[in-house]
Design a protein around this ligand. Structure first.
Ligand SMILES: Nc1nc2c(ncn2[C@@H]2O[C@H](COP(=O)(O)OP(=O)(O)OP(=O)(O)O)[C@@H](O)[C@H]2O)c(=O)[nH]1
Ligand SMILES: [Mg+2]
Length: 389
């Protein structure tokens, strides 16, 4: 009997994914945490993870990243699980990706490709859509270069066939170049409009919330400014900077900006594409570096955030380390101890819970300019500024 398959089932079949992580000298536990995060990223990108494994290797190999024996074992496991897609936790070179898709006869994605897919699904505003378009076109451009290398190294094949392949690639290359240029031009225009809006806000103290994705930045913005921006237990819930005003009195106000979250191995194309928006968000008087204190990987959250801030030239701004989610952290003393090697000596560290409100009043007092009248009581005033008007 022929079974009918619904479109939804069909899509589930097509999205069956086998996930592969690997590690060399680092601890197995940190590779395991990264793989778990990758599984969450896959789900967010709409993939159905049906099997996963963590492989140990002495050193990455140029052709397939893994050894050929390991590669064939993984392909056999993907066969067993009827996985149509193989996803790698680590970024693959264009050549490795191409070699894999030939060998496994499946779609192959790496961490960068999955993150780009999530951004493409989440982008809502025109600016975010343009930024993602630019990042994707640049990613495709660099992977086209890999195809080039592959073809030009192909000794066999007839001259004619090789010429045809090169022609196709040349056409793709020209098209991608056009896509990159168009997206850049449109982004420049949006950027100029943003600069005008910024001028209107000159003179007000500015505070930016930065940190790892899912650390609780948007929830904290809501708690501090009585706002209602979207927060969710999701990776990359926020893509666009959102600004809200926190006012405690006539001469006491501050602009709080929420930003896109960071993650380990963020595709460089995305950092480039989001550069100008992030740069503007980070033109602040103070950064709140938000960390999920309950996450065993909290030190990595700080390190990743600092590395990206450095790339954006914002690593020397005054900052407060905000240890969020203290309501779910069983041992705060131990958590702070683990973070010590990643903090500067003069870092101020505050413990808060954006969810229960613990520590929020202290943080609010710290970020507001001093009251002209010391008696004045801090009253948040949720004046909404829409950065995309
Ligand atoms: N238990 C607890 N959960 C929190 C706290 N703060 C935030 N959360 C939860 O953590 C999840 C992520 O919160 P968001 O505010 O969306 O995180 P974000 O840093 O803005 O994440 P991205 O926008 O993805 O970068 C949500 O489910 C929040 O409810 C907290 O203090 N305690
Ligand atoms: Mg957010």
């Amino acid at each position: 009997m022929i079974q009918s398959i619904s479109p939804a089932e069909d899509e589930q079949q097509a999205n069956r994914t086998y996930l592969v992580g690997s590690f060399t000298t680092e601890e197995r536990s940190s590779a395991e945490a990264s793989l778990q995060e990758m599984e969450r990223l896959c789900k967010t990108a709409g993939l159905l993870v049906v099997g996963r494994e963590l492989v140990r290797l002495r050193a990455p190999k140029p052709a397939l990243y893994l050894g050929t024996g390991q590669a064939d074992r993984i392909i056999a496991s993907a066969d067993d699980e009827e996985a149509r897609i193989i996803v790698f936790d680590q970024p693959l070179t264009p050549v490795q990706m191409r070699n894999w898709s030939r060998r496994a006869q499946r779609e192959i994605y790496d961490r960068h490709a999955v993150i780009l897919e999530i951004f493409a699904r989440r982008a809502r505003t025109r600016e975010a859509q343009l930024q993602v378009e630019l990042a994707r076109a640049e990613y495709a451009q660099s992977h086209l270069a890999g195809m080039w290398q592959h073809l030009s190294r192909q000794g066999g094949g007839s001259r004619l066939a090789r010429g045809e392949g090169e022609k196709q690639i040349e056409m793709d290359r020209r098209q991608l170049k056009k896509r990159v240029l168009t997206a850049r031009r449109a982004l420049d225009k949006v950027g100029r409009q943003r600069a005008l809006r910024r001028e209107r806000r000159e003179g007000v103290r500015r505070v930016a919330l930065v940190g790892y994705t899912n650390a609780g930045k948007s929830t904290l913005l809501n708690a501090l400014a009585n706002a209602r921006v979207r927060s969710a237990d999701q990776l990359f819930a926020t893509l666009d900077p959102v600004t809200r005003r926190l006012t405690a009195g006539p001469d006491q106000s501050v602009l709080l900006t929420d930003t896109v979250g960071f993650i380990r191995n963020l595709p460089p194309e995305l950092i480039n594409a989001f550069h100008s928006t992030l740069e503007e968000a980070l033109e602040a008087d103070l950064l709140l570096l938000v960390v999920d204190a309950a996450d065993p990987e909290a030190p990595l959250q700080i390190k990743t955030t600092q590395d990206i801030l450095q790339k954006l030239g914002a690593h020397l701004l005054p900052r407060i380390i905000v240890l969020n989610k203290v309501d779910t952290c069983p041992d705060m003393e131990q958590a702070e101890l683990l973070l010590q090697p990643f903090l500067n000596r003069d870092d101020e560290v505050l413990q808060v819970s954006a969810l229960t409100g613990r520590g929020i009043e202290t943080l609010r007092t710290r970020i507001l300019p001093p009251a002209p009248d010391a008696e004045a009581e801090a009253q948040p005033d949720p004046v909404v500024l829409d950065p995309h008007q």
